[in-house]
Design a protein around this ligand. Structure first.
Ligand SMILES: [Zn+2]
Length: 339
C-alpha cells in the first residue's frame, strides 16, 4: 500500500494516531518549509474524520466521509488559508507570489464561529479546522481565533501549520500542543526524490536547502534544467548573457531570479566564509569565481537582485531585464578567468 505520510513522518504518525482521546484539541505543527507539514495535517484531518480508519490509523479513502473529504466538501472540515488579493487575480500564478502578503482575515475566522456552533454532521464525530500557514493570521484574526482556542467548542479540533512560529501570538502558541515536524535525513530525502523521478537529486536537494518537496517543486516547470543555468553562471565573466537569458526566462522570472540570488549568496559565502549552502557539488566552480569577484560590486548586485525579485511578477520586458542582470553579473569579475 502506498504510504500516506512521508517516510520521515512515520514515527510521529504512530504517536498521534494512537493518542485517541488524549489528543490535544489544538495542535501546532511547526518546522521548516518543504518537509511536508501541510500534507501531514491534511492526512491527519482526513483520518480523524474517517469512519473506518485502518489499523495504522490512516483514512480508508472509501467511506462517505473520505469521499466528501476528497471532493473538498466535508461538512465537518474547514481549511483556512490566506485570501487571494482580488487585485492580483489576473496574474499568471498569483498564489505563490502574493502568498507572503496575503492574510487570513478576521471575517474568515468569524465564519468559523458559525461552523463550530453546529453539531458534527456525523454522530460522535469531530469538526476540524486546519489553518495554514498560521503566520498569515493578522492581529485581529489571531485574537478572534484565540477566543475559540481558549474555550474550544466540544469535539472541535484545531490544527495549525507554520514555518514561522516566531510570528504567532505567544498566547496562541501557549494554547496549542506544539509539535516539531520531523526533517528528513539527507538519505531519506534523496531516496524520496529519486522515487519521484527527480534527476540530479543531490544538487537539487542542496539547492532547496535540504527540503525535498521544495526540491521537487523547483523542477515542476522544467525538469532538470536548472543545472544548465548553473553551468552558465559558473562561466563567470565568460558567460554569454544574450544566449543565456532565454534559458533563464523559460523558467519564469521568479525562479530565474531565485537561481541568481542563491548563486550569488553562495558566491559571497565562498568569498567570505568558505561555507556553501545551496551548491555544494559546484564548490570548485564557486571557489574559482570567488577569487576574482569584486566584493563591492557583488554586494551591490545582491541588492539589485532583491529589487528585481520584488517586481518579478510583472511580465513586461522579462528577457531584457534578465539580459541586463546577466550582463551585470559578468561584470562582477575583476579578471577574466582563463578557459
Ligand atoms: Zn474513510
Amino acid at each position: 500500500m502506498k504510504d500516506k505520510v512521508y517516510t520521515w513522518q512515520n514515527d510521529l504518525w504512530r504517536q498521534l494516531a494512537s493518542a485517541g482521546d488524549r489528543r490535544h484539541h489544538a495542535l501546532l505543527l511547526r518546522g521548516k518549509r518543504g518537509i511536508g507539514k501541510f500534507d501531514f495535517a491534511v492526512q491527519l484531518s482526513k483520518a480523524l474524520l474517517c469512519e473506518v480508519p485502518d489499523a495504522r490509523g490512516f483514512a480508508c479513502d472509501a467511506c462517505p466521509s473520505c469521499n466528501w473529504f476528497n471532493q473538498s466538501n466535508h461538512p465537518d472540515y474547514r481549511l483556512l488559508t490566506p485570501e487571494q488579493d482580488a487585485a492580483e487575480d489576473e496574474d499568471a500564478a498569483p498564489a505563490k507570489k502574493t502568498g507572503k502578503k496575503s492574510q487570513i482575515s478576521i471575517s474568515q475566522v468569524r465564519e468559523l464561529g458559525d461552523f463550530l456552533e453546529l453539531a458534527s454532521h456525523r454522530s460522535g464525530g469531530v469538526r476540524i479546522v486546519l489553518i495554514h500557514p498560521a503566520e498569515a493570521l493578522n492581529a485581529s484574526s489571531a485574537n478572534a481565533l484565540l477566543k475559540m482556542l481558549e474555550e474550544p467548542p466540544p469535539s472541535a479540533m484545531f490544527i495549525l501549520v507554520t514555518h514561522q512560529p516566531q510570528k504567532l501570538l505567544p498566547t496562541i502558541m501557549s494554547r496549542c500542543h506544539k509539535i516539531d515536524m520531523p526533517v528528513p535525513t539527507r538519505q531519506d530525502a534523496l531516496a524520496w526524490l529519486e522515487q519521484h523521478g527527480v534527476a540530479e537529486a543531490e544538487p537539487m536537494l542542496e539547492y532547496a536547502g535540504g527540503s525535498p518537496l521544495a526540491a521537487r517543486d523547483s523542477l515542476d516547470n522544467d525538469a532538470g534544467k536548472l543545472s544548465e543555468l548553473w553551468k552558465s553562471l559558473a562561466r563567470g565573466a565568460r558567460m554569454d548573457a544574450f544566449s543565456s537569458a532565454p534559458q533563464f526566462v523559460s523558467h519564469g522570472m521568479e525562479i530565474a531570479i531565485t537561481v541568481l540570488q542563491k548563486w550569488v549568496y553562495d558566491l559571497l559565502a565562498t568569498r567570505l566564509t568558505g561555507q556553501i549552502r545551496y551548491h555544494a557539488s559546484l564548490q570548485g566552480a564557486l571557489q574559482g569565481l570567488a577569487k576574482s569577484v569584486d566584493l563591492g560590486l557583488l554586494l551591490d548586485y545582491q541588492r539589485k537582485l532583491d529589487e528585481a525579485r520584488k517586481s518579478a511578477t510583472h511580465p513586461l520586458n522579462n528577457e531584457m531585464q534578465l539580459e541586463s542582470l546577466l550582463i551585470q553579473y559578468t561584470q562582477l569579475f575583476l579578471t577574466q578567468t582563463k578557459p
